[in-house]
Design a protein around this ligand. Structure first.
Ligand SMILES: *Cc1c(COP(=O)(O)O)cnc(C)c1O
Length: 344
């Protein structure tokens, strides 16, 4: 039962009732919310983003009751922690190297983080995970697939879903780049599963700040209960609705990025000082290289910013796939830097 996993104070919480909760049509005289009667963005946005959800529901083939919209998927990570984790008591489990925000939000919410590192192939150590959840007070397992920054799909998520009684949160920020199957359809089978996706990566809408969670109605209900009433602004809702109407554009950009990525990989393979190019199912490439931090600094001097991930994967740089022009500049600079004789 999901109810048993919810924090007591959240169960008891009386949510803010927004001015528009009692009447939903648009042909009325609205003198209820102290808005300004003049203008075009003068009204508060739809707190439940219904029009956007109807569009998404058709695309994803899931009822709108199973959809939650967040101010970016980062907001969803935070809200899930606040629904389920009692500060200083409940814990979350993550599998590093992975996305940094799970730990940041745990810190903000005063929730302890237990880490079960990925194995040498960046896959889940399911045995240790399941052993750990039995010993510790783990409420949520955050999994990221395809994983950031390693780039690979996680293989054994199902084993976790079948054996863990708490919440499994699957962060699918990069799923559209991957040929792996999304877990969105499995929310019926696993009521304590939350799958999050975002418009920030494959959809190219990072500036709009819209993320989506798919889950059982029991969980969606509580996310709605604690979210800021108007968490997604009017402009963002409209922008995503019009983006969803142009799926062709989305497919075209996605294809270009994937082609560019594969071209970049074949170019990078020719640079001998690169020790390893990790397999990727995303729009970024993680490489292993000695002196990663020095190379990163040299690139910054040349006004090219990539990501130094050496602190979480030894000697590694993460390169996001850019436009064909940007990728060419990066590759040329990298070749110049790396093919230079060592000066030590
Ligand atoms: C980029 C990223 C996000 C952030 O998504 P927003 O919707 O922009 O908040 C979430 N998870 C992972 C793994 C990411 O890489």
């Amino acid at each position: 039962m999901i109810e048993n996993l919810i924090r007591e104070n959240i169960k008891k919480l009386k949510p803010y009732s927004s001015a528009r909760d009692d009447f939903n049509g648009d042909k009325a005289i609205f003198l209820d919310a102290n808005e300004n009667p003049f203008g075009i963005l003068n009204r508060y946005p739809d707190p439940y983003q219904t029009e956007l959800k109807i569009k998404l529901s058709a695309i994803k083939n899931l009822p709108i009751e199973n959809i939650f919209i967040g101010n970016g998927s980062d907001e969803i990570i935070d809200l899930t922690m606040r629904v389920f984790c009692e500060p200083q008591k409940d814990k979350i489990l993550i599998c590093p190297p992975t996305y940094g925000m799970y730990e940041v939000y745990a810190g903000i919410n005063d929730v302890d983080v237990i880490k079960v590192p990925l194995d040498k192939n960046f896959q889940l150590d399911t045995y240790t995970i399941l052993e750990t959840v039995n010993k510790e007070n783990i409420k949520i397992i955050y999994l990221c697939s395809p994983n950031n920054p390693t780039g690979n799909n996680l293989e054994c998520i199902q084993t976790i879903l079948e054996n863990f009684k708490g919440i499994v949160f699957i962060d699918e920020a990069y799923i559209d780049f991957s040929s792996a199957k999304s877990y969105t359809k499995r929310i019926i089978e696993f009521p304590s599963l939350i799958v999050s996706q975002t418009f920030s990566k494959a959809w190219g809408m990072a500036g709009v700040r819209v993320g989506v969670a798919f889950s059982s109605t029991g969980i969606i209900e509580f996310l709605n209960k604690i979210k800021p009433p108007y968490n997604v602004n009017e402009l963002s809702q409209k922008k995503i609705i019009s983006t969803l109407d142009n799926q062709q554009e989305f497919q075209k950009k996605l294809k270009t990025i994937l082609q560019e990525r594969d071209k970049m990989i074949s170019q990078l393979q020719k640079i001998q000082t690169i020790q390893k190019i990790y397999p990727t199912a995303t729009n970024f490439i993680l490489i292993k290289i000695e002196n990663a931090s020095q190379i990163y600094d040299e690139l910054v001097k040349r006004k090219i910013v990539i990501r130094d991930r050496s602190k979480i994967v030894a000697n590694s740089l993460r390169i996001t796939v850019g436009t064909p022009e940007e990728n060419t500049v990066l590759l040329n600079e990298l070749k110049n830097l790396l093919n230079k004789p060592k000066h030590q």
